[in-house]
Design a protein around this ligand. Structure first.
Ligand code: SF4
Length: 359
């Protein structure tokens, strides 16, 4: 496989390639043909782009890399959540998670992508937070997860035309808004009609609560959805599990969310990991209901999945159900992710952590 010694073709916009082609004396529309090979036919090399001349392919090979991180492992079964572990140039490991829709009348497939190797945020319940921060992913490494999943699907099924992914959530390893520029550039490729062609409303960016970057995101043109990893409804509990809350306490975070909502409409949801005897109390539930109602926001409840070496526990099923029922009774739109993901290391960053520990 070609190695990334030069700029990646996956970080290029159509316009930038058209300009380059023109400088080479090639027709600008040929750039569209190349994008078709990459994002419609999911080609694996420049050599597969058979309607481009050999001379043009040679120029492309000289100037751009077609390198995509190879797949190390896939875990999980068909119709269930699957985890992909990718090995980046230099040996770092990252993961993406493929999540099918939870009901049979939908063929929606969501890919959860990573944006950093490790994570600087250090959330206490998270495997990625425990292993520390290594580096930001490049634009091509973020786009590469999308391409890698589509290519894997083709290898598995033999289909040529059909697309696998209908949604992207940027909720994997890393704090997406701490890698802001690369994330925005990657999403613009995934969103572009000439690129991944996924509508902005099919793309959700998750954050642990970087308030200034949320305000910045509010000023971006695409209507991306925003998911806030809230996980507690008071500063005192949030401070215990999310160090970011010391920098941007709830008041500041929620003010930034309001600014986002003013600019984008109802595009916010809240993620809430339920941890036994910490944030699963009736008081937290009431306060969470108040916050959700204030934003007309959906709440996604996720009972804690055990993480190796972490003392937190999943609450008993009666507490989980009671928390869910109470939110519903308060008129909150809420879903409960019931399935335990322990069999495929479904907690964020856990697959990578286990692989690193084995090596
Ligand atoms: S939960 Fe997200 S933001 Fe927090 S440490 Fe893990 S990857 Fe980072």
């Amino acid at each position: 496989m070609e190695r990334p010694s030069v700029e990646s073709i996956f970080s290029q916009s159509l316009e930038a390639l058209q300009d380059q082609f023109e400088r080479w004396g090639e027709s600008r529309w040929r750039a569209g043909q190349l994008m078709d090979w990459i994002y419609r036919k999911f080609a694996g090399s420049f050599d597969e782009c058979s309607n481009l001349s050999k001379t043009l392919r040679a120029k492309l090979k000289e100037n751009y890399s077609f390198y995509c991180a190879p797949l190390v492992t896939v875990t999980g079964q068909e119709h269930e959540t699957r985890k992909f572990l990718w090995k980046l140039e230099g040996g770092d490991l990252i993961e993406s998670v493929l999540i099918p829709a939870g009901h049979e009348d939908s063929d929606r497939q969501t890919l959860c992508v990573s944006t950093q190797v490790g994570c600087p945020c250090g959330c206490k319940f998270c495997a990625s937070g425990r292993s520390g921060f290594v580096r930001n992913l490049t634009v091509a490494e973020i786009v590469g997860q999308f391409l890698g999943a589509e290519r894997w699907y083709r290898r598995q099924t033999g289909v040529k035309e059909e697309r696998l992914l209908s949604n992207i959530v940027v909720m994997g390893m890393g704090e997406p808004l701490a890698n802001y520029e690369n994330l925005m550039a990657a999403l613009s490729v995934i969103n572009a009609p000439w690129g991944g062609n996924l509508g902005a409303r099919k793309i959700t960016i998750s954050t642990s609560g970087l308030a200034p970057q949320i305000r910045r995101l509010a000023g971006e043109e695409p209507q991306y959805r925003l998911a806030i990893s809230l996980h507690a409804a008071t500063d005192s509990i949030r401070n215990q599990i999310m160090p970011v809350n010391h920098r941007y306490p709830l008041k500041e975070l929620l003010a930034a969310c309001e600014a986002y909502q003013r600019a984008k409409g109802r595009m916010i949801s809240f993620e809430y990991i339920l941890i036994d005897r910490l944030n699963d109390t009736p008081e937290q539930c009431d306060l969470l209901a108040g916050i959700a109602r204030r934003f007309h926001a959906h709440v996604n409840l996720i009972p804690f999945n055990d993480v190796d070496g972490c003392d937190f526990r999943r609450p008993p099923q009666t507490v989980i159900q009671g928390f869910f029922n109470h939110l519903q009774q308060r008129g909150v739109s809420v879903t409960l992710r019931q399935k335990k993901g322990g069999d495929i290391n479904a907690a964020c960053g856990q697959l990578r952590l286990r692989k690193m520990e084995k090596n």
